[in-house]
Each structure stands twice: as structure tokens, then as C-alpha cells.
Ligand binder design. Sequence first.
Ligand code: BGC
Length: 502
Amino acid sequence: MSKHIAIGVDIGGTGIKAAPVDLRTGEFLEERYRIPTPQPSTPDAIARTVAKVITKFNPPTKVPIGVAFPGVVQHGIVKTAANVDDSWIGTDLRAIIRDYAGHDVHVLNDADAAGYGEFKYGAAHGRSGSILMTTLGTGIGTAMIVDGTLVPNLELGHIMIDGHDAEDRAAESARDRHGYDWEQWIEQLQKYYSEMERLLWPDLIIVGGGVSKSHHMFLPKLRLRAPIIPAELLNGAGIVGAAAAAAVSTRREKDESKAAEKSAKDAAKKAAKAAAKAAQATPPPPAPETTRPDPGIVPMSFSATPVLEHALARLEPLSQSHRDDLADAVTPGELWRTWYTRIPSPDEMVAEIEARLAAQARGEVAPWAVVDAATGRAVGMTTYLHLDEHHRRLEIGSTWLGRDAHGTGINPAMKLLLLERAFDVLGCIAVELRTHWHNHQSRAAIARLGAHQDGVLRQHQVWHDGTLRDTVVFSILDREWPAVRSGLEARLATRMAGLEVR
Ligand code: BGC
């Protein structure tokens, strides 16, 4: 297959359709393949069928595949399911299809795919202004393209008209459901599109979905301000748009992973240089058996540790080059004596670093050294742990900071960096923070972040001194992340303006 090919799959209420698409023209390269949507339309049943329609075209691994889904899809996760089984809500669409098809895919809402397809190759090609794409099928799908930018996940098929969800009366499926003849259905369409015009004032309205083949039966009868025209790609817009969107996302992900790889390499070089310099100054103690992280760890994996930078703090991949700084950091206040946290003593530092790196090599954690950006010295440690790539969640933990770093803004800066990577780069749906019941300082700090307390695991662990640890579990969800970010940024702005923050 040539590099100009991508496969598009459109999951509909009645059929699952796929075709290979020529990305230069937006045309199908082979006839579309369709299998009826299984009932009940559960995640497993649909994913199995999607895998079947993909296999039909036997795509090599490099061919991008886009899958359009009839509900809100945010960062790969399904959030609504008006016309498929409710058990879809919360499902990782990308992961489940990848598991069944054995091929990576990109996923998006079906109306967004159709809008994108029409914009790239069809009725909206090269048009500026506000374009409203609608698809009339089992439901009503909507997408808005404003001066070439798609606003994703608009659910305008569900506005209320005459006390009813609009798609119940104006989707194509309403004709059968209510036994409407053309005239009765057109009356419903008129109400729907008039309401859209009243609220959105589009410059152009495009109508796709199966019924758009019969556009001459209803479009000329609608009285609207803006022109209303059939989708040029008719019912294929979703397939074409999904394929084109997948090609763009594949390219973007490749570029991002190259950039992350480069910054990891640069950081490793920098760390090696610093270590060589330090080695010249003081001969190091005999090097312990080092288990380096598997060089195969990819930057987008949860256990990778790229350098993360903020004006106040830098997170560097943890290595033995940090041991002397870290041994110094725990000394004021003899932090290793704090009974309710586990902080290594200076003598234990080499072994602690070793243990964290060995766990990283097993893919279990992502360990960083926390470096004070002002001095370049390591002042603490932090990790991602309980990595769960399938359910897209992880915990930020095993964190400690030297006493001198407290109240400097390093802690909020570090949290911002870790949360940013978790939500914005790794696409997490939840990030956990856990602490000892008796660690009131840490509980207050976590709550101040805006994390919510999920609960307390009583007698969760036998602690190192033989006492039983009750663990308080907090989490931040992806939808809470924007507010948490604003809070952290505000605290850091105050800190950077030289005012007191804690
Ligand atoms: C869903 C939309 C979808 C549309 C078309 C609606 O019921 O809520 O997300 O785009 O149907 O399938």
C-alpha cells in the first residue's frame, strides 16, 4: 500500500463500514465493506466487528486507521453513547479496538469525522466562515468548522425542541419510528434547522448520512437563511474523514515521539557530562551493579522519564549521578527519621536509586530526581507508580523533598510537570495520590491541589516499624485537571513574583 493510503471505519447505529481511502483525492480505493452493527452493541461485540472490517483490507502496520464512533470521544475515551450500548461509556475506544484488530487506530466522533472529510475533500473544501455539518441517521450528528478549525464533540443533535430531544423527531430513524411521510419529516427538519440557525448563524449547512442520497426529496423544501446542501461524499464522509484525521494524528504522534526521544537523549548526554565532571572532582565510591532502564522504553510509555522543565524545578531521569546531592538533601532535619514516610538515609541513597531504576527496568515505575532549577542540585525524588496504561491511570508517589526545598515553589512546580505529562501527554483519565493517615502535612497539601479524597484503605500496609498504615487515597480526574492546573499556575505565579506561597 502506498503512503497516501489510510483506512477509515465508520461505526453507525445500523452498520459498520470501512474502506481504504486515497488521501490525495479522498476517494475510495476499493469498494466499501459493511457488516450490520451487532446487537446488543456492546464494546466487545463492536470491537470484534470493527476488527473484521479492518482485516478485510489486510493493512500493513504503517497504514493509519481512523475509527469514527457515534458518541463523544475525548482523548480516546467514549463519554456518551446515545445510540449504542450504555456500557460504552468510559471505555477506552482506541485500546479496545487495538486489542481486537492488532493494529493501532485513531478515534473520533462520527460527525466530526464527516465534517473533517467534507472540509478536506467535499462540499466545504477550502471554505471559510462557519460551516455546520449535520448527519441524519440513527441519531443526528453535528460538527462545526470555523475558518478551517473543527470544534470537536458538539452534541447539537440533542437540543430540546417542543420538549423532545431533537434527534428523536428529526433524525432519519424518526421516519420509521414515528411513521412520518416525507412532508411530516420535513416539518420536523424545518424546526430543527431553524433552531440551529437561530442559535449558530452558520454561513453554510451540509447534510450527510444515508438519507443525503435522497436530498432532492427534502432539501429544496427547507426555508433557511443559509444555503443547505448535501454532503459531496454523501454517506462516505465519515469513512473518508476518519481516514484523513488518522493520517494527521499518526504524523503528529510521530513528531512528538521524535521530539521526546531527542530531549531524553540530550538530557542523558547532559547527565553523563555532569557525572564525568563530578567523577573528575571526587573519585566515586565503587560503582554498584547498575540496572539501567531498558533502552527500549519508549518516551510515550508510562515508565519513560523524559526531562520535564519548569522555571523553578526540573525533573531529570533519576541516576546515580544524583546520589551526593540527595544524600545532602535529606541531612537537614534527618528526614529519614520521619516515621510516617519512607525517606532514605544518606547511607541508603545508592541502594534506593538502584531499587527505583530496577523497578523502572521492569516497567513498574517512572523515577525522577527533583532538581532545584536555581542551583542545579537534586533536592528530592518523585515517581509515577501503579502504572496502568490500559485504564490510563497512575499514581504520583514515593515523593520526598529536602527540608530546604520546602516553601520554595519546587513542590507545586513539580506537581504541575507531573500532572501535565500524565493528562496532556499520556492521556490519563485519573491520577492518584496516596499518603499515610498520619501525614497531615501531605494530606493538606494534596487537598490544596484540588484532589478529591476517594477514601481510606484501613490497615492497608504493615509499616516498616511494625505499625499498621491506614492509607488515604486521593485522585484528580481528567475533567478536574484544568481547574487544578489553574490553581497550581496561580500559586506559582505568586511565588515567581517573589511573594509567599506554600
Ligand atoms: C450522538 C452523536 C453522534 C450522532 C450521530 C448522536 O446520538 O450523540 O455523538 O455524532 O448521534 O451518530
